[in-house]
Design a protein. Structure first.
Length: 174
């Protein structure tokens, strides 16, 4: 795309070119299922319509629609954007896998860091409140890490949630 910006629409100003590239990119994305010629015709129709209602996207573009070179360059831009969309679509599964792997690595790094830190005051306070609320005997927390306490609290909450569901299911007749 960088190469394309330097080779087409040389008669336009920097701002005109940037706004046209940006708009065409979103326009092609919106109409990606259509062919290049259909997208071009739709773009020209839209611009003519907006010109008629005195609200054009690009006030300067109407003069260029009669220029064959401009239309040819517009087709090139539309084709390039369609190719980029297709490439991104093909890469989507790989990108999703990379995101999942990165998420697992961040979680692992976070747990490794937490395993070396002492529990926070909030964790200790929350653990005490849970033990009192559910009448659970407290464990010795002197040698426990932040990760250990997080896991203990999670386990208590999970057990109580399961217990609550079982009680709820036994109360309601089927």
């Amino acid at each position: 795309m960088y190469y394309l910006k330097n080779t087409i629409f040389l008669s336009l100003t920097k701002n005109q070119k940037a706004s046209l590239f940006s708009y065409i990119k979103s326009f092609v994305k919106k109409h990606a299922t259509k062919s290049c010629n259909e997208i071009l015709e739709l773009f020209i129709e839209n611009e003519n319509y907006y010109q008629e209602v005195n609200n054009p996207h690009f006030e300067w573009i109407m003069n260029y629609f009669n220029d064959d070179k401009f239309i040819k360059e517009l087709k090139i831009l539309i084709n390039e954007n369609k190719k980029l969309i297709e490439i991104k679509e093909k890469q989507k599964p790989f990108i999703e896998k990379q995101k999942e792997i990165a998420k697992k690595q961040r979680k692992k790094a976070s747990e490794a860091k937490m395993s070396k830190q002492p529990p926070t005051k909030k964790q200790l306070y929350y653990y005490d409140k849970l033990c009192k609320q559910y009448k659970i005997e407290k464990e010795d927390l002197k040698e426990k890490s932040r990760l250990d306490l997080k896991n203990i609290i999670g386990r208590i909450l999970d057990e109580q949630q399961i217990y609550s569901k079982e009680r709820f299911n036994n109360v309601i007749p089927e």
